[in-house]
Ligand binder design. Sequence first.
Ligand code: SAH
Length: 619
Amino acid sequence: MNNPCFEQFAPIAAIATHHQAAQIIAPLAQNSPIQLWLPASLKQQGSSQHYDNSLKEHLASIWNENQALVFCLATGAVVRLIAPLLQNKAEDPAVVVVDAQGDYVISLCSGHQGKADLLTQLIASQIGATPVITGASYGLSLPAIDIFGFTYGWRKGEGDWTGVMAAVAKQQTIQIVQEAGSTLWQEHLPQKHPFSFVSDTQTEIKPQAQIWISPIKRKIAPKKDFPRVQWHPKVLWVGIGCERGTSRALIETAIDETCKTYHLATESIAGITSINLKADEAGIIEVCQRRNLILKTFTAEQLDQVHVPTPSAVVKQEVGTHSVAEAAAILAGENLLVSKQIFRADNQSGAVTVAIAQADQEYIGRTGKLYLVGIGPGNLDQITPAAKTAIIEADAVIGYSLYTDLIKSLQRSGQIVESSPITQEQQRAKRAIELAKWGLTVAVVSSGDCGIYGMAGLVLEELQAAGWNGKTPQVQIFPGISALQSAASRVGAPLMHDFCAISLSDLLTPWEMIQKRLTAAASGDFITVLYNPRSQTRTQQVVTAQSIFSQYRQPDTPVAIVHGAYRDDEQVILTTLAEMLEQPIDMLTTVIIGNTTTRNHAEWMITPRGYLGFSQEEE
Ligand code: SAH
């Protein structure tokens, strides 16, 4: 299965010219949309393709076909190879260079718009290298001004982008005037940032650059005293009513003229909305295709229930609702900005009515994703590369604060990280689903494995309760090393025979049931791993567990008590069933009770699998 984290860059070409380089980047091409290219002299097994001509010629032939190119080659060589092919930063593919030892991954070209910076971080986490990113906003841990709005589906408007970017790099004061769109990004800035959030009318601070975030289109004079840019969140819904057969040109004119008259940015249009009779209206469909807009339609009954400023009896008679354009705009966007405008053109057929409403929340226009990620016991060495890439790629990371702290070093500038206290699992699951339904890629992190007393089950249950179709939002689960594995690895090989895990927390499971399972595990001679063994208020369960096991196992049965495995405060104790309660046990502890054959040897806990026993019998 493909690692979904690279999907947004596809198609990606990776190029190596000699054997060692090929070995370094070949793993990237496994389970991912990355196509590995090698010279014909390096015929490799697997899915690599070969080029017969020179790399220069080959590169020219694949340059425009790929969104991203990854070279494992000297940076200087790459610079010379790509120099003749570079056009401009809006069109060039992302170019990333991996050094011949695989120690560094360099974002060389199209760091922002081509997303080379992000690709660099993903590749670095995948191969265990250090990312080298030289853009100013990355160094300052700030969201990149020229791309951060894309996360929320915003479109870029006019302005001096280079000038504003330079002001950010110089750490000058950047005034933000945000009139629409999500302000989530504002809540997740580093403590030190150059932005001042003031309304247009406040004049006490002197900005050195300005960013407008608005559906209003501002005319920006080229020689203003400081650079300005504008982002346009997709909050506008254009209600359209038209006669059958109205031309695409007339519909576009009607939309453009209306926007111009009311100083609205066409970039802020999320979609067109109308009556369902118009779902097959050729002119409307063409406009949507040409401008990458969605078409939302409503039934006459739905539209007729909306209170509109300009109802029409004629329209009611024709299609069964007093209003099409205004009512549809209000149903899609809520707040009517422009009431019904009628357009006709002498030289074109048909007539169009246009009304525009503004929605409170922008339309992102992407299918949201939920990554359910297990981060392992704590140390970043113990997290899978796939889980790392999932966390880095996500627009938002949600988790219990202890866990989001553990993965702090993976955080990307501009990323939304929402941490919450331990008990708020359900709120976290609901919040993650809300953000994913809106269109974001959300990583929900659990310690250990996310599907073992983690968040994966809860998120899936909440999705099911919300009528999820199994596809939207897309879900991918990234497994992690669970506490039973990490604790076991600290003491030896205690889980070498049949084992089970039992959580002693009776918050969500009746205590009678837990006792029943403890008895079954003890009598079945399962090695037993106790999760959530003791909290500050819940102290008796582990005492009962010990007494149940004492009925079935010898007092000297080995028991391991591992606190904070692979964390800074790790503590490992090997003890016995009889003495285990004398040891410190808390909520960050995992207890492993051996079976009747488990034994200690030196400082190691071993449960025989039976190999030695069997071979002796056979002899
Ligand atoms: N999803 C997690 C378990 C969460 S339940 C996993 O797969 O590991 C929380 C319990 O896990 C804790 O009460 C403790 O018993 C155990 N635990 C989690 N991390 C641990 C660690 N680093 N060391 C020891 N026990 C741990």
